[in-house]
Write a protein that binds this ligand. Structure first.
Ligand SMILES: *Cc1c(COP(=O)(O)O)cnc(C)c1O
Length: 414
């Protein structure tokens, strides 16, 4: 159904157009030539209206005209997307803004933003007749794919780097996928996965090369456009690893602006970790990206060779945005404060957006009176080690009121 709204695929480097179909990258530009899906917006506008949206399910599928899947096929029966936006009223004081919003994407089925993309991935795999889908991931794309594959009955092969946190690996195994733990980092896992897909003919979910997947990520931006409509914040902030989350979100916001749902466009603020900030460096130097080794507690953005850096940099330029780098200490503090002052528990890469907003204010990028929405891209239970490190220890005592009284007074919580 929604496939009818696609006009073509366009190479992000040379602009070459291709008809919609099962292809990954541009023939002329090779793996760097990622294809972007373009739509016939006049046709979209005829049926994607406020009135129509009011009748549609509260999932990301509600924007069906702008999602490149065949809606006549059975969709995974999961509540994906349409995640809540909260105005914060204690966290905003800590951050230093009057209007500070959180969009909690940790509330997706596998507890991260990635479900937006994986759900599109499994639908494309089914459409192309594949029985098997594969991906390489720092963790969340993998657990998300495992979850969505389980929901629709596809088998999944997942390549993870050695350092992926255990809770994420537990998710993969629980959802029944075959897990290959690759000796090396994320980039090694990605390359190995591509080779295996070529050898076995599996459908490749890697967002870095699969343009349809980014259309799933776009739904975060479509929601922001609909949820804020006339009150779009001045800034929308997301953490950046490979780069397609921020690029996808920006595309969605732009589409909702073009279709008249959002009154204005925000500026996009990207956040990387100081231990892994190749996209921030490329943006600030204006030069080609230089891959780095990486190294941050925020494992989901620890991506030293981002494949979507061009799209991320393009997003920052087009939106008159900025990108900042924050230390692991800043990330951990933001994770702790966000949980305590708003009730939203993000994993380090999720709470990094809040750390980034605070840094951008300190650096004079975000001005005091401006409004900001930070997306929490993953749930804190994804990395309990990090959480426990910032949260302190329980009071471990026998069931004795006298001892309790003493301990509470000692900690000054009474
Ligand atoms: C994947 C991920 C990101 C970053 O997305 P990219 O597309 O790699 O830039 C941020 N936060 C979380 C929790 C993620 O899983």
């Amino acid at each position: 159904m929604a496939i009818e709204h696609i006009s073509h695929l366009r190479c992000i480097i040379c602009g070459e157009k291709y008809p919609a179909g099962n292809r990954y990258t541009c023939d002329k530009c090779g793996v760097e030539g990622i294809l972007d899906v373009e739509y016939d917006y006049d046709k979209v506008a005829k049926t994607l209206t406020r009135h129509a949206l009011a009748q549609r399910p509260h999932t990301h599928w509600r924007y069906e005209e702008l999602i490149p899947v065949d809606f006549s096929l059975p969709l995974p029966r999961l509540q994906i997307g349409y995640t809540p936006v909260y105005h914060t009223d204690r966290l905003n004081e800590w951050v230093g803004l009057r209007d500070f919003y959180l969009k909690d994407d940790g509330r997706n089925p596998s507890a991260s933003f990635k479900d937006r993309a994986s759900s599109v991935g499994v639908m494309k795999a089914i459409e192309y007749g594949a029985k098997t889908i594969a991906t390489a991931s720092t963790g969340n794309a993998a657990s998300s794919l495992a979850c969505c594959a389980a929901a629709v009955g596809l088998s999944a092969f997942i390549f993870v780097p050695e350092k992926a946190p255990e809770p994420k690996i537990a998710q993969l195994l629980v959802f029944g996928s075959t897990v290959i733990k690759v000796k090396g980092n994320y980039d090694a896992a990605t390359d190995f996965c591509m080779d295996a897909c070529a050898k076995y003919g599996w459908y490749n979910r890697n967002c870095a090369i699969n343009s349809y997947l980014v259309e799933g990520k776009k739904t975060c931006g479509l929601e922001i456009g609909e949820q804020f409509s006339d009150t779009m914040p001045d800034w929308v902030c997301l953490s950046v690893g490979d780069g397609c989350t921020i690029a996808g979100t920006w595309k969605g916001i732009r589409e909702m602006h073009q279709l008249g749902f959002a009154k204005k466009l925000p500026r996009m603020l990207g956040v990387q970790a100081t231990g892994c900030k190749p996209i921030a460096d490329a943006f600030h130097s204006g030069k080609e990206l230089v891959p780095v080794e990486g190294g941050t507690r925020a494992d989901s953005i620890d991506c030293g060779t981002p494949r979507n850096w061009r799209k991320a940099v393009q997003t920052l330029r087009e939106s008159h945005g900025e990108i900042v780098a924050v230390s692991d200490a800043e990330i951990m503090e933001a994770m702790n404060k966000t949980a305590r002052l708003s009730g939203v528990f993000g994993e380090p890469s999720g709470a990094a957006s809040v750390a980034g907003v605070k840094r951008a204010i300190a650096d004079g990028i975000i001005k005091k009176g401006e409004s900001v929405c930070a997306v929490i891209t993953g749930n804190g239970l994804k990395d309990i080690k990090a959480a426990i490190e910032t949260a302190g220890t329980p009071i471990h005592i026998p069931p004795d009121l006298g001892v309790l009284d003493k301990e509470l007074k000692k900690r000054k919580v009474l």
